[in-house]
Design a protein around this ligand. Structure first.
Ligand SMILES: Cc1cc2nc3c(=O)[nH]c(=O)nc-3n(C[C@H](O)[C@H](O)[C@H](O)COP(=O)(O)O)c2cc1C
Ligand SMILES: O=C(O)C(=O)c1ccccc1
Length: 386
């Protein structure tokens, strides 16, 4: 049976013929390489966060304050990293978080398709953002056998929201992720200092421009008057959602409904009472609010409140060990954000696939060393504050 950890052997064996990995295997070097290669405006948008980026830094740093105790003399020669989610069996607990500018992370402007191909290649699901350079149908078409999820930014216009969800259902996505924390953009000094917001420059709006409800709002089609289409987008982008909207959100789809951005146990309980199928604990990678608490430190409270309802997690995952810690703290599945965006920027689909394979290899080998043959064993072992 192949293991994710086999990627390590593949690297060492290639070294015997003088071949070293095209991209680094660690996040710090990957980020450095991406910083040198990406256009400064795109890099600033991806790498930056809210305020002085304390929350963003803390998201990653906080993993150092959680530790795990190894167990010996356990037969870990076969490992199984698969998890069950919404009745599907996923090969690993890792997914690609929705990242709305991956379209412009590759030089050809088709980073969304490249991410979808990386998903097809690795079996790591993609959460396809509403903000995409290719229509959600084309992205779905590149996912191969790997299940995909559609992330909805709920527009002010309900008919447009419904149209996007119908399209996602028709395209075969397996769940709808509604992001709650970004109806307005957080204060992002890196972007503000260069007055750059890619969406207002017309980037990554193809799901809107291809939507019949959106197009009907325009005097002229986006192909004829791009500036007016962007203005219309800015006017319609972000609906202020309240709990009163929950019944409507739930009624939008019979697919699993996942609420992204929940960090407070009371919000988790309320979402579940109102029919959410999963809670997605995330602080948007520290891009939205510079509140200070690392997302991983809020995960245990959300997991306790959610009971049997699956909790997904992202914000600060930089390594396989981070993945394992998040699972130990109760996440059913773990999202990766910036790391795969850098992989895309440096080497397209192959770069993203490499980043994911490295994370999975490290997670698998950590489980092997620490005596946890399955994800259930990781969860049972737990993690402690150090
Ligand atoms: C450049 C960028 C764009 C993002 N766009 C979206 C988006 O369109 N929808 C969404 O729900 N989250 C979006 N996110 C947030 C990610 O889904 C995720 O919460 C975050 O990246 C996790 O933190 P990490 O990048 O530090 O791992 C974006 C994040 C980044 C870095
Ligand atoms: O950049 C982001 O994090 C993001 O998701 C977003 C999307 C649209 C408007 C503002 C922020």
């Amino acid at each position: 049976m192949p293991h994710f950890g086999d990627y390590q052997n593949a690297i060492y064996n290639a070294g015997l013929s003088g071949v070293i990995p095209k991209l680094p295997v660690d996040y710090a070097t990957l980020e450095q390489r991406a910083s040198a290669a990406m256009p400064p405006s795109v890099l600033g948008y991806v790498q930056g966060g809210c305020g002085d980026e304390f929350t963003q830094d803390n998201n990653a740093h906080a993993f150092r304050h959680w530790g795990m105790t190894p167990r010996m003399m356990v037969d870990c020669s076969r490992r199984d990293l698969s998890v069950e989610l919404f009745g599907m069996r996923l090969p690993s607990p890792v997914f690609m978080a929705p990242v709305g500018v991956i379209g412009i992370c590759t030089q050809d402007g088709h980073g969304d398709l490249a991410a979808a191909r990386a998903s097809a290649e690795t079996g790591v699901p993609l959460m396809a953002s509403t903000l995409s350079n290719d229509p959600l149908e084309s992205v779905a078409g590149a996912l191969g056998e790997t299940p995909g999820f559609f992330q909805l930014y709920t527009p002010k216009d309900k008919a447009l929201a419904e149209s996007l969800v119908r399209r996602a259902e028709a395209a075969g996505y397996k769940g709808i992720v509604v992001t709650l924390d970004t109806w307005v953009t957080g204060w992002r000094p890196r972007d503000l200092n260069v007055a750059n917001f890619p969406q207002l420059r017309g980037a990554v709006l193809m799901n809107y421009f291809s939507d019949p409800v959106f197009r009907a709002m325009l005097a002229k089609p986006p192909e004829e008057d791009g500036a007016a289409a962007v203005r219309q987008w800015a006017g319609v982008f972000g609906k202020v959602l309240t709990w009163d909207d929950m019944a409507w959100l739930r009624s939008l789809t019979t697919l699993p409904l996942i609420l992204k951005g929940i960090c407070h146990p009371d919000d988790a309980r309320r979402a579940i009472d109102a029919g959410a199928d999963a809670i997605y604990c995330s602080n948007h990678g520290g891009r939205q609010a510079n509140g200070g608490i690392a997302a991983i430190d809020m995960l245990p409270g959300v997991v306790a409140a959610a009971g049997d309802v699956p909790v997904l997690f992202d914000s600060g995952i930089r390594s396989g060990s981070d993945v394992v810690k998040a699972i130990a703290l109760g996440a059913r599945a773990v999202g990766v954000g910036r790391p795969y965006a850098y992989g895309l920027a440096l080497d397209g689909a192959a770069g993203a696939a490499h980043v994911l394979r490295c994370l999975l290899a490290e997670a698998d080998l950590l489980m092997a060393v620490n005596g946890w043959p399955t994800i259930a064993d990781v969860r049972a072992a737990g993690a402690v504050r150090i």
